[in-house]
Design a protein around this ligand. Structure first.
Ligand code: FAD
Ligand code: MG
Ligand code: MG
Length: 325
C-alpha cells in the first residue's frame, strides 16, 4: 500500500471555487496545465464576467443567434433536454432569477414576489432555439439568460479526467469544489493487488468546514454533492439557498440538506444532484430504482442518511448525530 506521503496535492481558486488536484507523482507542470485547462473552460462558460461564449448568447437574447463550438453546443443541447424532462427541477434558463437573488454573491436580498413572477416568464427552456446545422443558439426573448452553474463543473471535471488519461495518468483525483472526479484507485494493496478506492469525505451540513458526516471509497467514479449549506444567506430567520425551484422562483424547499451522486461521468452527477434535489427522497429513490448506473446519498434535515444502493461505494458514517437508513 502506498503511504499517503506519495500523494502530491496542487490547489488553485477558479470559478469562485477551491480546486484540488491530487497526483501520484510530483508534476508541477502537469498541474499548471490542468489549471490552465479549467481556466480556459471557465472563460468559455462563465456568466460571472462580461465576456464568454455563454455571455455572447445571453447578450444577443431577443436579437440574434450566436454560433458556438461543437462541445459547447452539445453541452447546451444536453442542458436543454434535461430541462425539458417532465417535472424537471433543472432549468438552464434560470439565469435571470439567479442574477436577481445573487445568492453566494454580494448584494443578495429577498426579491419581491412580483419581481420573481415577472422573471419566471423569462425562464422557458423551449424558447432556446438550437440550430444543429449552424451550431447556433438563440434566446427568443430579450432578458433571457442561460446559466450552466448546475452542469458546467461536472462537464469540466470530465474534460480534466479525459485530459489526464491522454497524458497517461492512471491515478488522480480532481475536486472542483463539490464536483469530484477520480481516475483509477488511490493505491493498490500489494499483497492481494486489490485496488483501494479514493476516500471522499462528505461534509456535515451547516457544520465546521472540516466536519464530515461520513466517507465513501470509490475507484474511477465521480462524486458530486449539491447542498443547501454551500451558498445561502439568512433573512428574518429563514435560510435562502442557491438551488432555485423553476416553478416558483424561490429556493427549493423540501426535507433535504444535501444530495451526493456517485456515477461514472461527473456531468451526469451534476445533472442528477439538481434533479434529485427537486424530487426529494421518496420520489428520488423510486426514480433511481430504474437507473442502476446512478447512485445517491440523501442527507435530510432531520439527520437521516439514505443511500439508494451501494454498488459502487460503501458509506461509512462518521457523525453519530446522524442515522444511516
Ligand atoms: P448545483 O446544485 O449543481 O447548481 C446550482 C447552481 O446552478 C446555482 O448556483 C445556479 O447558478 C444554478 N441553478 C440554480 N437553480 C437551478 C435550477 N433549478 N436549475 C439549473 N440551474 C440552477 N462562483 C463565484 O462565486 N464566482 C465566480 O466567478 C464563479 N464563476 C463560475 C464560472 C463557471 C464556469 C462555473 C461553472 C461556476 C462559477 N461559479 C462562480 C460558481 C457558480 O456560481 C455556482 O455557484 C456553482 O456552479 C454551483 O455549483 P454546485 O455544484 O454547488 O451547485
Ligand atoms: Mg454542481
Ligand atoms: Mg448540479
Amino acid at each position: 500500500m502506498l503511504p499517503d506521503d506519495r500523494v502530491y496535492a496542487y490547489s488553485a481558486v477558479l470559478m469562485g471555487s477551491p480546486i484540488l488536484l491530487k497526483l501520484f507523482a510530483h508534476n508541477e507542470s502537469l498541474a499548471s496545465r490542468v489549471f490552465r485547462l479549467i481556466k480556459q473552460q471557465e472563460n468559455i462558460l462563465t456568466v460571472n464576467r462580461p465576456h464568454s461564449d455563454i455571455m455572447a448568447i445571453n447578450l444577443a437574447a431577443g436579437s440574434h443567434a450566436v454560433a458556438v463550438s461543437q462541445p459547447v453546443f452539445t453541452l447546451i443541447q444536453r442542458a436543454k433536454a434535461v430541462s425539458l424532462l417532465p417535472d424537471s427541477a433543472f432549468n438552464f434558463t434560470i439565469g435571470p432569477l439567479v442574477k436577481r437573488w445573487k445568492i453566494g454573491f454580494s448584494g443578495n436580498s429577498v426579491p419581491p414576489a412580483s419581481d420573481l413572477q415577472a422573471l419566471l416568464s423569462l425562464t422557458d427552456p423551449r424558447q432556446v432555439i438550437l440550430d444543429e446545422q449552424a451550431q447556433s443558439v438563440f434566446l427568443q426573448q430579450a432578458g433571457m439568460e442561460i446559466d450552466l452553474g448546475a452542469i458546467a463543473k461536472g462537464y469540466i471535471a470530465d474534460v480534466v479526467r479525459d485530459f489526464l488519461r491522454q497524458e497517461g495518468v492512471e491515478q488522480a483525483l480532481i475536486n472542483l469544489g463539490g464536483n469530484v472526479q477520480t481516475l483509477g484507485a488511490s493505491h493498490t494493496n500489494q499483497e492481494n493487488a486489490t485496488p483501494s478506492g479514493w476516500a471522499i469525505g462528505l461534509k456535515t451540513p451547516f457544520a465546521a468546514a472540516d466536519a464530515l458526516i461520513g466517507v465513501i471509497h470509490v475507484v474511477n467514479k465521480s462524486v458530486v454533492t449539491s447542498g443547501v449549506y454551500e451558498r445561502y444567506f439568512q433573512h428574518q430567520g429563514r435560510c435562502y439557498h442557491h438551488i432555485l425551484d423553476p416553478r416558483t422562483g424561490y429556493p427549493l424547499d423540501n426535507e433535504l440538506h444535501s444530495v451526493t451522486v456517485i456515477c461514472d461521468d461527473s456531468i451526469d452527477g451534476d445533472i442528477y444532484t439538481t434533479l434529485l434535489y427537486g424530487m426529494g427522497v421518496e420520489q428520488g429513490l423510486a426514480h433511481l430504482a430504474n437507473v442502476p448506473q446512478i447512485e445517491a446519498i440523501f442527507v435530510t434535515r432531520d439527520r437521516q442518511v439514505i443511500c439508494s444502493s451501494q454498488r459502487q461505494f460503501a458509506f461509512e458514517l462518521l457523525d453519530d448525530r446522524y442515522r444511516l437508513k
